[in-house]
Ligand binder design. Structure first.
Ligand code: NI
Length: 405
């Protein structure tokens, strides 16, 4: 038995109306320092620089994912009946803390760090004295159970599917939340309908055949959000500049002359594993301060890149044709810019839905009228076309606008 709060605590949320908390252990975790740190980390990597209202944080997203899972285990009859109280509390906590190990600037910064945010998430849940203490006090072994859901190693295969698969609470919340805070309508879909058609069949979370349209709508929302928000070339320009700044800092460090920043950057620059104490200090507030220090520093390249990030003087972008690359490279050299730090390149591709299991989790399963379980690509023509159509990719180069004259 898990202790309940005296009354149900409700937190207003523009996406879900209210977030409901009625377990003590959940409330204590929300008020822990690691959860509160997520208030200092935005949900969107570089896209906040494109959409001026998209300053929402990992904290509000985490509460949203928790609320969706709370509703799933209380309102979807198959889940309500299939799971015991400990499993319900475990999966709600995993939803709440699934991003607790996220660093600043989302995946752009993660590519600079030595360890993944999932690794930090599990370390924090199992090793941070406060979080571990709260969980173990509520039920011995709970911290491992919660981390196991995040590692997809749970004793009950249903639990990870609720938090992270292809039709999961994490994706449902971030699509709806990012659509709301960017002001784009592409990410909207009928979550209420999806919750109504969820069922459980042989350890699998499935949707009823009659719910396929709602799921198609969700897959299309995902497709549009990727291309309009997450992979927006301007957002990628910001992320590219961030990586270039750290490339410069690493090169300076190799030459034995690293400019003054914040202590936490030293570990990042040396690609050493950050201790949890160092990682705790690394948020978007401390990074902004570090950029301010660098912008006044002695290295002209680091100072320039840092002030560009602060003042939103972003790189221009173009298709990465070999002709463009040649032309921009020679212009950069002519104007005295080192292409190593001033010519970025990235190629993004995205599949809104992957029909097989593996690294990306399980496919979406559909229970047909006759009881047969089919993979979504088989049950939906639209999804079949997306999976078998040409792969959409976007290959760009990024460079300072000024060189174009
Ligand atoms: Ni998330």
């Amino acid at each position: 038995m898990f202790a309940r709060t005296d009354e149900v605590k409700v937190l207003r949320d523009p996406v879900h109306g209210y977030i409901h908390v009625d377990y003590e252990v959940v409330w204590k975790c929300i008020n822990s320092k690691w959860m509160q740190r997520l208030r200092r980390i935005r949900q969107l990597g570089g896209a906040f620089i494109v959409y001026h209202t998209a300053d929402h944080t990992r904290f509000s997203h985490s509460l949203g994912v928790y609320e969706i899972v709370r509703r799933m285990v209380n309102e979807v009859p198959d889940l309500k009946n299939a799971l015991n109280e400990r499993e319900k509390v475990t999966v709600m906590l995993a939803a709440l803390m699934h991003d607790i190990g996220h660093g600043p600037y989302s995946h752009a910064f993660e590519s600079i760090l030595r360890d993944s945010h999932e690794a930090y998430t599990c370390w924090i849940i199992e090793q941070d004295p406060e979080i571990r203490g709260i969980l173990e006090e509520a039920a011995p072994g709970l911290s491992k159970d919660v981390a196991d859901v995040i590692r997809h190693a749970s004793h009950n295969p249903i639990l990870p599917q609720l938090v992270s698969a292809q039709l999961d609470a994490d994706r449902m919340d971030y699509l709806l939340r990012d659509a709301y805070f960017t002001g784009t309508k592409y990410g909207e879909f009928d979550m209420e309908r999806i919750l109504r058609v969820l069922r459980v069949a042989d350890d699998k979370v499935v949707v009823k055949e009659s719910g396929v349209y709602a799921v198609e709508n969700y897959i299309m929302a995902r497709y549009h959000m990727y291309w309009q928000v997450y992979y927006h070339p301007t957002a990628r320009a910001y992320e590219n500049m961030l990586r270039k700044l750290f490339l410069r800092l690493r090169d300076l460090n190799k030459e034995g002359k690293c400019p003054e920043t914040i202590p936490e950057f030293n570990a990042v620059i040396r690609k050493r594993r950050l201790t949890l104490q160092e990682y705790y200090m690394l948020d978007e507030y401390s990074c902004t301060y570090a950029f301010e220090v660098l912008s006044r520093g002695s290295d002209p390249v680091a100072a320039d890149l840092a002030s560009r990030l602060l003042d939103r003087r972003l790189f221009e972008y173009m298709d990465a044709s070999s002709e463009n690359v040649r032309r921009i490279r020679s212009l950069l050299k002519k104007e005295g810019y080192d292409p190593r730090y001033y010519l970025g390149k990235d190629d993004v591709a995205q599949s809104p839905y992957i029909p097989y299991t593996g690294e990306n989790g399980s496919p979406v399963w559909v229970r047909m009228h006759d009881g047969e379980i089919q993979e979504l690509g088989q049950a939906s023509n639209i999804v079949w076309s997306l999976v078998h159509g040409p792969r959409h990719n976007d290959d760009r180069i990024f460079f300072p606008k000024e060189i174009l004259g």
